[in-house]
Design a binder for this molecule. Structure first.
Ligand code: IPM
Ligand code: MG
Length: 371
Protein backbone atom coordinates (compact mmCIF):
# COMPACT_ATOMS: atom_id res chain seq x y z
CA UNK A 1 0.00 0.00 0.00
CA UNK A 2 1.18 3.50 -0.77
CA UNK A 3 2.35 5.65 2.11
CA UNK A 4 0.95 8.68 0.34
CA UNK A 5 -2.20 10.32 1.55
CA UNK A 6 -5.18 9.84 -0.73
CA UNK A 7 -7.48 12.43 -2.25
CA UNK A 8 -10.69 11.74 -4.08
CA UNK A 9 -11.49 14.48 -6.59
CA UNK A 10 -15.18 15.03 -7.37
CA UNK A 11 -15.38 18.00 -9.76
CA UNK A 12 -19.16 17.74 -10.32
CA UNK A 13 -21.02 20.17 -12.57
CA UNK A 14 -20.92 23.68 -13.98
CA UNK A 15 -17.77 25.53 -12.99
CA UNK A 16 -16.77 22.67 -10.67
CA UNK A 17 -14.46 20.96 -13.20
CA UNK A 18 -12.89 24.28 -14.29
CA UNK A 19 -11.94 25.40 -10.81
CA UNK A 20 -10.90 21.88 -9.80
CA UNK A 21 -8.45 21.71 -12.73
CA UNK A 22 -6.50 24.53 -11.10
CA UNK A 23 -6.56 22.81 -7.73
CA UNK A 24 -5.20 19.60 -9.23
CA UNK A 25 -2.28 21.57 -10.67
CA UNK A 26 -1.59 22.91 -7.19
CA UNK A 27 -1.88 19.46 -5.60
CA UNK A 28 0.67 18.23 -8.16
CA UNK A 29 2.96 21.12 -7.31
CA UNK A 30 2.98 20.17 -3.63
CA UNK A 31 3.87 16.62 -4.66
CA UNK A 32 6.77 17.68 -6.84
CA UNK A 33 8.16 20.64 -4.95
CA UNK A 34 7.28 19.92 -1.33
CA UNK A 35 7.50 16.15 -1.18
CA UNK A 36 3.85 16.14 -0.18
CA UNK A 37 2.55 13.48 -2.49
CA UNK A 38 -1.07 12.51 -2.75
CA UNK A 39 -2.61 9.54 -4.50
CA UNK A 40 -5.38 11.01 -6.61
CA UNK A 41 -8.52 9.31 -7.72
CA UNK A 42 -11.62 10.87 -9.20
CA UNK A 43 -15.30 10.24 -9.59
CA UNK A 44 -18.59 11.70 -10.74
CA UNK A 45 -21.15 13.49 -8.62
CA UNK A 46 -24.30 15.50 -9.23
CA UNK A 47 -25.63 15.97 -12.75
CA UNK A 48 -22.48 14.47 -14.26
CA UNK A 49 -23.11 11.29 -12.29
CA UNK A 50 -26.82 11.29 -13.15
CA UNK A 51 -26.00 11.46 -16.86
CA UNK A 52 -23.29 8.79 -16.83
CA UNK A 53 -24.33 6.49 -13.97
CA UNK A 54 -28.03 7.12 -13.45
CA UNK A 55 -27.73 8.39 -9.87
CA UNK A 56 -26.38 11.62 -8.32
CA UNK A 57 -23.80 9.56 -6.40
CA UNK A 58 -23.07 5.92 -7.12
CA UNK A 59 -22.37 3.40 -4.35
CA UNK A 60 -18.89 2.89 -5.82
CA UNK A 61 -18.08 6.58 -5.55
CA UNK A 62 -19.40 6.65 -1.98
CA UNK A 63 -17.08 3.76 -1.07
CA UNK A 64 -14.15 5.59 -2.65
CA UNK A 65 -15.04 8.69 -0.62
CA UNK A 66 -15.14 6.66 2.59
CA UNK A 67 -11.71 5.21 1.90
CA UNK A 68 -10.00 8.44 0.86
CA UNK A 69 -8.19 10.55 3.45
CA UNK A 70 -10.09 13.54 2.08
CA UNK A 71 -12.52 14.40 -0.70
CA UNK A 72 -12.14 17.55 -2.80
CA UNK A 73 -15.52 18.54 -4.15
CA UNK A 74 -16.33 21.10 -6.86
CA UNK A 75 -20.02 21.94 -7.25
CA UNK A 76 -23.28 20.30 -8.31
CA UNK A 77 -26.43 21.33 -10.12
CA UNK A 78 -27.62 23.06 -13.26
CA UNK A 79 -30.73 23.89 -15.28
CA UNK A 80 -30.54 20.58 -17.14
CA UNK A 81 -31.59 18.69 -14.00
CA UNK A 82 -33.79 21.35 -12.34
CA UNK A 83 -37.01 19.50 -13.09
CA UNK A 84 -35.73 16.13 -11.89
CA UNK A 85 -37.71 14.38 -9.17
CA UNK A 86 -36.40 14.99 -5.63
CA UNK A 87 -34.20 11.90 -5.39
CA UNK A 88 -32.71 12.51 -8.81
CA UNK A 89 -31.60 16.07 -8.17
CA UNK A 90 -27.85 16.64 -8.45
CA UNK A 91 -27.79 18.09 -4.91
CA UNK A 92 -28.79 14.68 -3.52
CA UNK A 93 -25.28 13.49 -4.37
CA UNK A 94 -23.71 16.07 -2.10
CA UNK A 95 -26.27 15.52 0.65
CA UNK A 96 -25.68 11.76 0.54
CA UNK A 97 -21.95 12.31 0.88
CA UNK A 98 -22.50 14.58 3.88
CA UNK A 99 -24.92 12.19 5.56
CA UNK A 100 -23.26 8.85 4.80
CA UNK A 101 -19.77 10.10 5.66
CA UNK A 102 -21.13 11.63 8.88
CA UNK A 103 -19.76 15.08 8.01
CA UNK A 104 -21.60 16.90 10.77
CA UNK A 105 -19.24 19.86 11.19
CA UNK A 106 -19.09 22.39 8.38
CA UNK A 107 -16.45 25.08 8.83
CA UNK A 108 -16.92 28.15 6.64
CA UNK A 109 -14.32 30.81 7.25
CA UNK A 110 -15.17 34.25 5.87
CA UNK A 111 -11.93 36.18 5.62
CA UNK A 112 -11.69 39.50 3.83
CA UNK A 113 -8.36 39.80 2.06
CA UNK A 114 -6.81 43.24 2.40
CA UNK A 115 -6.76 43.65 -1.37
CA UNK A 116 -10.46 42.83 -1.70
CA UNK A 117 -11.90 45.07 1.00
CA UNK A 118 -13.15 47.49 -1.63
CA UNK A 119 -14.76 44.69 -3.69
CA UNK A 120 -17.30 44.04 -0.95
CA UNK A 121 -20.77 45.45 -1.34
CA UNK A 122 -20.27 46.89 2.14
CA UNK A 123 -18.19 49.92 3.08
CA UNK A 124 -14.50 49.08 3.12
CA UNK A 125 -13.97 49.93 6.80
CA UNK A 126 -16.74 47.54 7.83
CA UNK A 127 -15.07 44.53 6.22
CA UNK A 128 -11.31 45.26 6.18
CA UNK A 129 -9.64 42.67 8.41
CA UNK A 130 -12.80 40.60 8.73
CA UNK A 131 -12.20 37.06 9.98
CA UNK A 132 -15.29 35.06 10.89
CA UNK A 133 -15.72 31.31 11.24
CA UNK A 134 -19.20 29.96 10.65
CA UNK A 135 -19.68 26.52 12.13
CA UNK A 136 -22.71 24.99 10.47
CA UNK A 137 -24.32 21.72 11.61
CA UNK A 138 -24.44 19.69 8.40
CA UNK A 139 -26.12 16.32 8.85
CA UNK A 140 -29.29 17.19 10.76
CA UNK A 141 -32.14 19.65 10.89
CA UNK A 142 -34.61 20.29 8.13
CA UNK A 143 -32.21 18.99 5.49
CA UNK A 144 -32.78 15.42 6.66
CA UNK A 145 -35.65 15.40 9.18
CA UNK A 146 -38.55 12.98 8.64
CA UNK A 147 -41.37 13.09 7.70
CA UNK A 148 -40.84 14.98 4.50
CA UNK A 149 -42.50 15.03 1.13
CA UNK A 150 -45.31 16.43 -0.96
CA UNK A 151 -48.76 14.92 -0.60
CA UNK A 152 -51.89 15.38 -2.68
CA UNK A 153 -54.85 15.92 -0.35
CA UNK A 154 -58.39 14.65 -0.88
CA UNK A 155 -59.51 18.03 -2.23
CA UNK A 156 -56.66 17.88 -4.76
CA UNK A 157 -54.66 20.62 -3.07
CA UNK A 158 -51.12 19.64 -2.15
CA UNK A 159 -49.18 19.81 1.12
CA UNK A 160 -45.41 19.96 1.44
CA UNK A 161 -43.75 18.88 4.67
CA UNK A 162 -40.19 19.15 5.95
CA UNK A 163 -39.21 18.43 9.51
CA UNK A 164 -36.76 20.43 11.57
CA UNK A 165 -35.35 18.04 14.10
CA UNK A 166 -32.38 18.10 16.48
CA UNK A 167 -31.28 15.84 19.31
CA UNK A 168 -29.07 16.84 22.22
CA UNK A 169 -26.03 14.80 21.07
CA UNK A 170 -26.21 16.47 17.65
CA UNK A 171 -26.25 19.90 19.29
CA UNK A 172 -23.51 19.02 21.79
CA UNK A 173 -20.99 17.78 19.24
CA UNK A 174 -21.29 20.78 16.90
CA UNK A 175 -21.16 23.12 19.89
CA UNK A 176 -17.90 21.53 21.02
CA UNK A 177 -16.39 22.00 17.56
CA UNK A 178 -17.28 25.71 17.72
CA UNK A 179 -15.85 26.22 21.21
CA UNK A 180 -12.65 24.31 20.37
CA UNK A 181 -12.13 26.59 17.37
CA UNK A 182 -12.88 29.67 19.45
CA UNK A 183 -10.16 28.66 21.93
CA UNK A 184 -7.60 29.22 19.19
CA UNK A 185 -9.24 32.44 18.01
CA UNK A 186 -10.85 35.41 19.79
CA UNK A 187 -12.66 33.31 22.41
CA UNK A 188 -16.09 34.47 21.36
CA UNK A 189 -18.97 32.32 20.13
CA UNK A 190 -22.36 33.50 18.88
CA UNK A 191 -24.98 30.76 18.75
CA UNK A 192 -27.74 31.55 16.25
CA UNK A 193 -31.21 29.98 16.34
CA UNK A 194 -34.88 30.92 16.44
CA UNK A 195 -35.66 30.09 20.06
CA UNK A 196 -38.47 32.63 19.94
CA UNK A 197 -40.54 30.55 17.50
CA UNK A 198 -39.08 27.04 17.25
CA UNK A 199 -38.81 24.19 19.70
CA UNK A 200 -35.57 23.10 18.08
CA UNK A 201 -34.37 26.66 18.64
CA UNK A 202 -35.20 26.54 22.34
CA UNK A 203 -33.46 23.20 22.69
CA UNK A 204 -30.46 24.52 20.74
CA UNK A 205 -30.10 27.54 23.02
CA UNK A 206 -30.42 25.50 26.22
CA UNK A 207 -28.02 22.77 25.15
CA UNK A 208 -25.36 25.15 23.83
CA UNK A 209 -25.54 26.93 27.20
CA UNK A 210 -25.10 23.62 29.03
CA UNK A 211 -21.96 22.68 27.09
CA UNK A 212 -20.62 26.17 27.66
CA UNK A 213 -21.27 26.07 31.39
CA UNK A 214 -19.78 22.60 31.82
CA UNK A 215 -16.77 22.72 29.51
CA UNK A 216 -15.93 26.13 28.04
CA UNK A 217 -16.73 28.77 30.64
CA UNK A 218 -13.67 30.83 29.73
CA UNK A 219 -15.16 31.56 26.30
CA UNK A 220 -17.71 34.33 25.86
CA UNK A 221 -21.02 32.92 24.57
CA UNK A 222 -23.74 35.10 23.10
CA UNK A 223 -27.08 33.74 21.95
CA UNK A 224 -28.52 35.53 18.97
CA UNK A 225 -31.70 35.06 16.93
CA UNK A 226 -30.81 33.95 13.42
CA UNK A 227 -32.66 36.82 11.72
CA UNK A 228 -30.90 39.35 13.92
CA UNK A 229 -27.62 37.56 13.16
CA UNK A 230 -28.20 38.08 9.42
CA UNK A 231 -28.88 41.75 10.04
CA UNK A 232 -25.85 42.19 12.31
CA UNK A 233 -23.63 40.47 9.73
CA UNK A 234 -24.31 43.24 7.25
CA UNK A 235 -24.45 46.02 9.88
CA UNK A 236 -21.28 45.35 11.85
CA UNK A 237 -19.70 42.04 10.81
CA UNK A 238 -16.51 42.45 12.83
CA UNK A 239 -18.40 41.93 16.09
CA UNK A 240 -18.38 38.20 15.25
CA UNK A 241 -15.66 35.61 15.68
CA UNK A 242 -17.20 32.11 15.67
CA UNK A 243 -20.88 31.63 14.81
CA UNK A 244 -22.40 28.22 15.51
CA UNK A 245 -25.74 27.43 13.96
CA UNK A 246 -27.96 24.75 12.49
CA UNK A 247 -27.98 23.39 8.96
CA UNK A 248 -30.51 25.74 7.33
CA UNK A 249 -29.51 28.95 9.12
CA UNK A 250 -25.88 28.08 8.43
CA UNK A 251 -26.62 27.74 4.74
CA UNK A 252 -28.14 31.22 4.65
CA UNK A 253 -25.78 33.01 7.03
CA UNK A 254 -22.72 31.68 5.22
CA UNK A 255 -23.91 33.12 1.91
CA UNK A 256 -24.33 36.48 3.64
CA UNK A 257 -20.87 36.19 5.19
CA UNK A 258 -19.39 35.24 1.84
CA UNK A 259 -20.51 38.47 0.20
CA UNK A 260 -18.81 40.46 2.94
CA UNK A 261 -15.50 39.10 1.69
CA UNK A 262 -16.08 40.43 -1.82
CA UNK A 263 -17.53 37.44 -3.62
CA UNK A 264 -19.10 34.07 -3.10
CA UNK A 265 -16.16 32.93 -5.22
CA UNK A 266 -13.83 33.46 -2.26
CA UNK A 267 -15.33 31.19 0.40
CA UNK A 268 -13.86 27.73 1.07
CA UNK A 269 -15.28 25.15 3.44
CA UNK A 270 -14.41 21.99 5.30
CA UNK A 271 -16.93 19.33 6.29
CA UNK A 272 -15.62 17.04 8.98
CA UNK A 273 -16.81 13.84 10.61
CA UNK A 274 -16.08 12.43 14.00
CA UNK A 275 -12.64 10.96 14.57
CA UNK A 276 -12.67 7.17 14.64
CA UNK A 277 -11.07 6.38 18.02
CA UNK A 278 -9.65 3.09 16.69
CA UNK A 279 -7.93 4.40 13.57
CA UNK A 280 -7.71 8.14 14.20
CA UNK A 281 -9.29 8.65 10.77
CA UNK A 282 -11.79 11.41 10.28
CA UNK A 283 -13.89 11.61 7.13
CA UNK A 284 -13.54 14.97 5.46
CA UNK A 285 -14.80 16.78 2.39
CA UNK A 286 -13.60 20.17 1.19
CA UNK A 287 -15.66 22.32 -1.12
CA UNK A 288 -16.05 25.89 -2.23
CA UNK A 289 -19.25 27.48 -0.92
CA UNK A 290 -20.17 28.85 -4.35
CA UNK A 291 -22.36 26.64 -6.46
CA UNK A 292 -22.02 25.37 -10.01
CA UNK A 293 -22.72 28.84 -11.56
CA UNK A 294 -24.19 27.42 -14.79
CA UNK A 295 -24.44 30.93 -16.28
CA UNK A 296 -20.66 31.24 -16.55
CA UNK A 297 -19.69 27.56 -16.78
CA UNK A 298 -17.50 26.59 -19.70
CA UNK A 299 -16.20 30.11 -20.34
CA UNK A 300 -13.02 29.78 -18.29
CA UNK A 301 -13.82 32.87 -16.22
CA UNK A 302 -14.78 31.32 -12.87
CA UNK A 303 -12.88 32.23 -9.73
CA UNK A 304 -10.86 29.18 -8.59
CA UNK A 305 -9.80 30.73 -5.27
CA UNK A 306 -12.54 29.27 -3.06
CA UNK A 307 -11.68 25.82 -4.36
CA UNK A 308 -7.95 26.47 -3.97
CA UNK A 309 -8.45 27.61 -0.40
CA UNK A 310 -10.61 24.56 0.26
CA UNK A 311 -7.52 22.51 -0.55
CA UNK A 312 -5.60 24.72 1.91
CA UNK A 313 -8.19 23.76 4.51
CA UNK A 314 -7.60 20.09 3.64
CA UNK A 315 -3.89 20.60 4.26
CA UNK A 316 -4.74 22.11 7.63
CA UNK A 317 -7.54 19.91 8.90
CA UNK A 318 -6.89 16.50 7.28
CA UNK A 319 -3.13 16.44 6.86
CA UNK A 320 -1.74 18.57 9.73
CA UNK A 321 0.23 20.64 7.24
CA UNK A 322 -0.33 24.09 8.71
CA UNK A 323 2.84 25.53 7.17
CA UNK A 324 1.90 24.34 3.71
CA UNK A 325 -1.64 25.67 4.17
CA UNK A 326 -0.21 29.05 5.24
CA UNK A 327 1.97 29.00 2.17
CA UNK A 328 -0.95 28.38 -0.16
CA UNK A 329 -3.11 31.03 1.48
CA UNK A 330 -0.15 33.38 1.36
CA UNK A 331 0.17 32.78 -2.38
CA UNK A 332 -3.52 33.65 -2.83
CA UNK A 333 -3.07 36.87 -0.83
CA UNK A 334 -0.05 37.83 -2.94
CA UNK A 335 -1.83 37.20 -6.22
CA UNK A 336 -4.70 39.40 -5.06
CA UNK A 337 -2.33 42.10 -3.82
CA UNK A 338 -0.75 42.09 -7.28
CA UNK A 339 -4.09 43.14 -8.77
CA UNK A 340 -5.12 39.99 -10.60
CA UNK A 341 -8.86 39.48 -10.54
CA UNK A 342 -11.38 37.07 -11.98
CA UNK A 343 -14.58 38.75 -13.19
CA UNK A 344 -16.50 38.24 -9.92
CA UNK A 345 -13.98 40.27 -7.89
CA UNK A 346 -12.98 42.71 -10.62
CA UNK A 347 -12.19 46.19 -9.34
CA UNK A 348 -11.01 49.46 -10.80
CA UNK A 349 -7.31 49.14 -11.70
CA UNK A 350 -7.46 45.36 -11.42
CA UNK A 351 -6.42 43.19 -14.32
CA UNK A 352 -9.08 40.71 -15.28
CA UNK A 353 -7.83 37.20 -15.89
CA UNK A 354 -9.21 33.77 -16.70
CA UNK A 355 -9.52 30.81 -14.35
CA UNK A 356 -6.36 29.23 -15.76
CA UNK A 357 -4.29 32.40 -15.57
CA UNK A 358 -5.31 32.74 -11.93
CA UNK A 359 -4.04 29.17 -11.47
CA UNK A 360 -0.75 30.09 -13.20
CA UNK A 361 -0.35 33.07 -10.90
CA UNK A 362 -0.82 31.02 -7.77
CA UNK A 363 1.74 28.47 -8.91
CA UNK A 364 4.16 31.28 -9.64
CA UNK A 365 3.67 32.80 -6.19
CA UNK A 366 4.12 29.37 -4.60
CA UNK A 367 7.45 29.06 -6.42
CA UNK A 368 8.39 32.48 -5.10
CA UNK A 369 7.45 31.72 -1.51
CA UNK A 370 9.12 28.29 -1.60
CA UNK A 371 12.27 30.00 -2.89
C1 IPM B 1 -24.22 24.83 0.34
C2 IPM B 1 -25.18 24.62 -0.79
C3 IPM B 1 -25.89 23.27 -0.58
C4 IPM B 1 -26.71 23.38 0.68
C5 IPM B 1 -26.74 22.79 -1.76
C6 IPM B 1 -25.95 22.74 -3.05
C7 IPM B 1 -27.36 21.45 -1.47
O1 IPM B 1 -26.05 25.68 -0.89
O2 IPM B 1 -23.35 23.99 0.57
O3 IPM B 1 -24.32 25.87 1.01
O4 IPM B 1 -27.87 23.84 0.66
O5 IPM B 1 -26.21 22.98 1.73
MG1 MG C 1 -25.62 27.28 0.41
Amino acid sequence: MSANKSLLILPGDGIGPEVMDQVVRIVDWFGKERALKFDLDDGLVGGAALDAEGAPLSDETLVKAEKADAVLFGAVGGPKWDKNPFDMKPERGLLRLRKDLGLFANLRPAICFEALASASSLKQELVAGLDIMIVRELTGGVYFGEPRGIKVLSDNTRRGVDTQLYTTPEIHRITRVAFELALKRRQLVHSAEKSNVMHTGMLWREEVAKVHEAEFKEIALRHILADNCAMQLVRAPKQFDVIVTDNLFGDILSDVAAMLTGSLGMLPSASLGEEDPATGKRNALYEPVHGSAPDIAGHGVANPLACVMSFAMALRYSFEQDDEADMLEGAVARVLAGGMRTADIMQENGSQVSTAVMGDAILQELEGIAG
